[in-house]
Design a protein around this ligand. Structure first.
Ligand code: ZN
Length: 160
């Protein structure tokens, strides 16, 4: 079966930045599962998976503009440490969550003071060209329930 709108796709991936640094991979865990054609993954990645089939391996390169965007230079802000949610010790490079008027937002800590921290609200992968090595492990028709919800269910998808 080919990947088309309203199919549920399972795949394993390795994500690297342009210099070959491995950022994430799914090997060792469940494959990722998503509902194709509903904007649940990066649009540039979704477009390039269209038409691929179970068992296919492909390498998808995305420019920063088609991935997480360019870095915004004015995105560093000073915030009270008590407003940051994080696990472990707060240090430079820690990814923390801040509640904003527009909901939860992930930030990267760039400086830690006594009461305040400077955080960069750029997505950690902003400004990077990305390369996904993908292996399609399954393609199936979505169920009526998945289409109604707009996402995939089961391993690697949503659990309710
Ligand atoms: Zn659901």
């Amino acid at each position: 079966m080919q990947i088309a709108k309203d199919t549920v796709v399972q795949f394993h991936y390795v994500l690297k930045t342009e210099d070959g640094t491995e950022v994430e991979k799914s090997a060792g865990g469940d494959p990722v599962s998503y509902l194709h054609g509903h904007g649940n993954i990066l649009p540039g990645l979704e477009a390039q998976l269209s038409g691929a089939s179970e068992g296919d391996c492909l390498s998808v390169e995305l420019s920063a503009e088609n991935a997480y965007g360019r870095r915004q230079e004015n995105a560093v802000q000073r915030v009270p440490i008590k407003h940051l949610q994080h696990t472990g010790k707060l240090r430079v490079g820690t990814i923390a969550t801040v509640q904003t008027d527009n909901g939860a937002r992930q930030v990267t800590v760039v400086k830690v003071g006594k009461f305040n921290a400077d955080v960069d609200s750029n997505h950690p992968l902003a400004g990077h060209n990305l390369c996904f090595d993908i292996e399609i492990t399954a393609v199936r028709q979505a169920t009526a329930e998945e289409l109604a919800h707009g996402h995939a269910h089961g391993p690697g998808g949503h659990h309710h």
